[in-house]
Design a protein around this ligand. Structure first.
Ligand SMILES: [Zn+2]
Length: 452
């Protein structure tokens, strides 16, 4: 398992204990008494057996006094990837769950998002959402911001300051009943400014993502321009698709020339292998095939789908179509910013589908663990950089203590690693997440952000 033929990078940290992760071939690989080395640029230099410590320390030149030994009931797992979250909506998370999508947007979302032209308000909310998600183990977040370029740039700065890996999208919409929109030309110009200014900051882990809100709030003209911008700059793309049946109907009315909702995005070059679309509850098999052919991925946001009564995504069917899939919180359609909640709601949704149809094979907890980690990194086209503990990837990790004093879990009958992981996923919270690492850097407990 240790990679001995890579160039010898200097080792910054070595950890010894249980590591659990997913690979391409297995949903859950448990490596007990493992030794993992992280180099000075935050990459995993080696992973081997604890019993080989002497040999590894000679090869990679570290001293045994530098090895951090995990305590009893502790393990490392990969950081979780939130593939869909609206940072501004964190301000009203946990409320406003009483309307279906289209009314919900008009009543709650657009008035709140309008407030983000005020940078002071944006600073407050964006700082809280980055801190809250990091504390809960989200090492990578794919954020929607608002239509405001400067506030969206501020979100990028805050994620960078706290050390979170993030995609940030300035939201584009040129079609809306309320004033919360831009003209097509403004959208195009401001998106280009946002991309240029964010890239210019050279944040190592924060990148722009082209973000049409969703087809109903964008003209075909705008969608076409955004597709061209993404292609020209080789950028990621995010949006929403087939969340709720009224929305699907509306898209049919607005884009009568398109064969399907998926076809609308495809036509405007918005379905690529760097595209992540939220929801997809009501996609047909034909549309899923188009996702698979283009390499576009889905973000499954079960809390939101249930909270707004949107629908139940059949993840098993999505995976059968070989479509990449990660999990998302979809704050504030989803009321929890924690990816642990996304894991639980994914399991619940899958079981509801089995109740409705006993032939449906419900997802297992280790399959969902993979979706929350490696699956998310695949959905965001980041799996060469993050998602598990393979040598050469960035060390994005959670140090979990299943039974800290005063924590939410009592370990009584069995403390085998697999049981510990299952208990943590079902019962754990941020009290169990002792430390969070992104690209080798410890980001929880929080670092002090750089002075203004
Ligand atoms: Zn959303």
């Amino acid at each position: 398992m240790a990679s001995l033929n890579r160039p010898r990078a200097k080792i910054a940290h070595v950890y010894r204990g249980t590591f659990m992760h997913s690979t391409q071939d297995t949903t859950l690989e448990i490596i007990e008494d493992a030794l993992l080395g992280v180099d000075t640029v935050g990459k995993i230099a080696f992973i081997g057996k604890g019993s080989e410590q002497d040999k590894l320390s000679q090869t990679f030149r570290f001293s045994s006094s530098n090895v951090t030994q995990l305590k009893q009931h502790e393990f490392f797992m990969p950081g979780m990837v939130d593939t869909h979250i609206h940072a501004p909506q964190y301000s009203y998370t946990g409320t406003a769950m009483d309307l279906p999508l289209l009314q919900w947007l008009n009543t709650y979302t657009f008035p709140v998002e309008s407030r983000f032209k005020d940078l002071k308000f944006a600073h407050r909310v964006y700082t809280e959402v980055v801190k809250r998600t990091l504390k809960n183990g989200t090492t990578t977040a794919c954020y929607f911001a608002t239509i405001h370029t400067d506030a969206s740039l501020l979100l990028g700065k805050i994620a960078n300051d706290f050390g979170q890996r993030a995609f940030v999208g300035k939201v584009c919409m040129d079609r809306n009943k309320s004033d919360y929109k831009e003209t097509t030309q403004e959208c195009q110009k401001e998106t280009c400014r946002f991309i240029a200014e964010l890239l210019n900051k050279k944040y190592p882990l924060v990148k722009p993502v082209v973000t049409p809100r969703f087809a109903p709030s964008c003209t075909g003209d705008l969608l076409g321009q955004l597709g061209a911008i993404a292609r020209k700059n080789n950028l990621h793309i995010q949006s929403h698709i087939s969340e709720n049946v009224d929305e699907v109907k509306l898209v049919k009315e607005l884009f009568p020339e398109s064969k399907s909702y998926t076809d609308v995005y495809h036509k405007y070059n918005l379905l690529t292998d760097k595209t992540v679309m939220a929801h997809g509850c009501h996609l047909t098999d034909e549309e899923l095939t188009l996702f698979s052919e283009t390499g576009a991925s889905l973000s499954h946001c079960p809390n939101s789908n249930i909270s707004l009564c949107s629908g139940l995504l059949n993840v098993r069917n999505v995976l059968k179509h070989k479509v990449k899939l990660g999990l998302g919180t979809d704050v504030a359609g989803g009321y929890s910013a924690s990816m642990l909640d996304a894991v639980r709601r994914t399991l619940d949704t899958s079981k509801v589908l089995t109740i409705q149809n006993p032939k449906h094979q419900a997802l297992t907890f280790d399959e969902v663990f993979r979706l929350a980690t490696l699956g998310g990194s695949q959905a965001l086209f980041l799996d060469d950089q993050t998602g598990n503990f393979e040598v050469g990837k960035d060390f994005d990790a959670l140090r979990v203590n299943v039974a800290p004093p005063g924590g939410p879990i009592d370990l009584i009958l069995c403390d085998k690693p697999k049981i510990q992981l299952e208990k943590f996923l079902n019962l754990g919270d941020d009290r169990n997440i002792v430390e969070v690492f992104v690209a080798g850097r410890k980001v929880v407990p929080f670092m002090e952000p750089a002075a203004e």
